[in-house]
Design a protein around this ligand. Structure first.
Ligand SMILES: Cc1ncc(COP(=O)(O)OP(=O)(O)O)c(N)n1
Ligand SMILES: Cc1nc(C(=O)O)sc1CCOP(=O)(O)O
Length: 505
């Protein structure tokens, strides 16, 4: 029998913007970006511009009737997961769009990312006072993320003499959920230098900076369009806003790195697929003053491989005869005295059996008894003494569950990074969503320079798919400890993992 054809789906994203006859910006750039990031792009055209790489010669807006017909026609059959708004150089169309979004956004639950294009990079001014008022009063309350550059931030906030922070707060007050202030324009602040560009993501309760080397490229037409449409595509794939901003920034850096000439002026960006090289990802700066990013942790020489996580020294004694190579002791219950007793005994046993033993959470005891390493969660990173762990020569593993956490962990340069939780797990209440195989593959690719361990809901049926993602280890709890025959389960999984890594050498 012929196998059933697999029907692939892609998230649907819309761009509501204007056509760039030169192909480097506007609707054309948005559709290229959506496609490169695995989305199906639909377009609602607001205006047609006549432009090339050196100038905008003119434009005409589409009729209000046809504008609204495009929106209504698409929503009936191809509702979006996310919508990008770009250049809409007409007050009537902007008002129509705001009314339409107010009617449909809540019902269809799509995310709205808006790039308030007020002028072209070649200097053509699309701003009218009337359109600014509509942005402020009608559109901003419907926008999840606004991506202004510094001049646009000043214009939209109507606070030209205040600093960027005050201007962004003003836009939040007007109802926009988050602002990504783009640092591409050199300004008077310390955010942006001749060598670096820093975008700042600001929400009502959070703020962090994405810093990247400033690329010395002349072919940068469409930069803002590409960034906002890459963020939109990432949102459509279900990434949180902060992660989407990171993906968008990495996509842009990659596209700028390969930009090319088109005419006599600034050329266009080269669209590639999902960014995976660490070179394209920004440095994440947030209020981690307590963390020293210049520490050096001991490395892990042999691959991590099969990595059982157990909750008592009794389990350790049960598994030791099966010759585990790496184990984590993750004790969550018991008195301080009992925990110390178990950790000291486990470390002694680990030496006898040449076991690489990681201790979860209790880093002071791990140092005191000389364990092989420590595993810490994100929330532990500001409270644990990382310098003491490094100088005691212990390895450090760090949990991550998103791009944001992954970049933070990478900057600490630990011995390994845990990527979780891949599938739903019964072992622990998780505040995050299962990441799944596609994301695991992307995270592992971004960590080609550091050891990685996948964790969460991994069992005998899923382990092959996980190993195929390129991780250096696989951590399991219930796939051993909740089995009828834990020793048998341990040996089968260990053998499967060892076979995989043996073939890789
Ligand atoms: C290999 C591995 N990955 C993730 C975790 C989770 O650690 P943490 O975030 O510290 O959460 P708790 O284990 O304390 O619940 C882990 N232990 N090991
Ligand atoms: C302890 C732990 N940490 C996780 C993370 O994602 O950080 S998931 C997890 C539990 C893993 O157990 P099981 O293999 O039974 O699903």
């Amino acid at each position: 029998m012929m196998p059933e054809p697999v029907s692939e789906t892609k998230p649907i994203v819309w761009t509501i913007a204007s056509s760039d006859s030169g192909g480097g910006a506007g609707i054309q750039a948005d559709l290229h970006t959506f496609n490169a990031l695995g989305c199906h792009g639909c377009s609602v055209i607001a205006a047609v511009t006549a432009q090339n790489s050196t100038e905008v010669v003119g434009y005409e807006t589409i009729s209000p009737a046809l504008f609204i017909t495009q929106l209504n026609c698409l929503i009936q059959d191809m509702p979006p997961a996310a919508v990008k708004i770009g250049l809409i150089p007409d007050a009537e169309l902007l008002t129509q769009l705001a009314n339409w979004l107010a009617q449909h956004k809540a019902q269809h639950q799509f995310v709205v990312i808006a790039d308030p294009v007020l002028s072209s990079s070649t200097g053509y001014n699309f701003v009218r006072q009337s359109t600014l008022q509509i942005w402020r009063q009608q559109l901003l309350p419907l926008v999840d993320l606004l991506t202004p550059n510094i001049p646009e931030l000043a214009l939209l906030s109507n606070l030209p003499h205040q600093n960027n922070d005050a201007q962004a707060q003003q836009l939040l007050q007007l109802g926009c959920q988050a602002i990504l202030v783009k640092g591409g324009h050199l300004d008077a602040s310390d955010n942006n230098t001749a060598d670096s560009v820093t975008d700042v993501l600001i929400t009502a309760d959070n703020r962090f900076r994405l810093k990247q080397p400033r690329l010395d490229v002349t072919h940068n037409h469409g930069t803002g369009c590409v960034l906002s449409s890459a963020i939109t595509a990432a949102c459509a794939h279900g990434y949180a806003l902060a992660d989407s901003a990171i993906i968008g920034r990495a996509y842009l850096q990659q596209a700028l790195s390969f930009s090319y000439a088109t005419g006599k002026g600034a050329g266009s960006l080269q669209h590639h697929g999902w960014p995976v090289s660490p070179d394209f990802f920004p440095q994440l700066q947030h209020n981690d003053a307590a963390i020293d990013y210049n520490l050096c942790f001991a490395g892990i020489t042999a691959p991590i491989g099969f990595y059982p996580v157990i909750d008592s020294v009794q389990w350790l004694k049960r598994l030791l005869p099966l010759e585990p190579d790496v184990i984590q002791l993750r004790i969550k219950q018991g008195t301080a005295e009992d925990i110390e007793q178990q950790i000291s005994e486990a470390v002694l046993l680990s030496r006898d059996y040449k076991l690489r033993l990681f201790i979860n959470d209790h880093w002071q005891l791990a140092i005191k008894y000389g364990a092989y390493g420590v595993h810490l969660g994100q929330e532990d990173l500001t409270t644990a003494d990382l310098a003491a762990i490094a100088s005691a020569g212990l390895r450090l593993g760090i949990s991550t569950h998103s791009y944001t956490e992954l970049l933070r962990a990478r900057q600490i340069r630990p011995s390994y990074i845990a990527l979780g939780h891949i599938f739903a797990t019964q072992t622990k209440q998780m505040p995050s969503q299962p990441q799944g195989i596609a994301r695991l593959k992307r995270y592992a690719a971004l960590c080609s320079d550091v050891a990685t361990v996948a964790i969460g809901g991994i069992n005998a049926e899923r382990i092959d798919a996980v190993l195929a993602c390129g991780v250096s280890g696989v951590a399991v709890v219930s796939a051993i400890t909740a089995q009828q025959q834990p020793e048998q389960a341990f040996s089968q999984l260990k053998q499967r993992v060892e076979q995989h890594y043996a073939h890789q050498v």
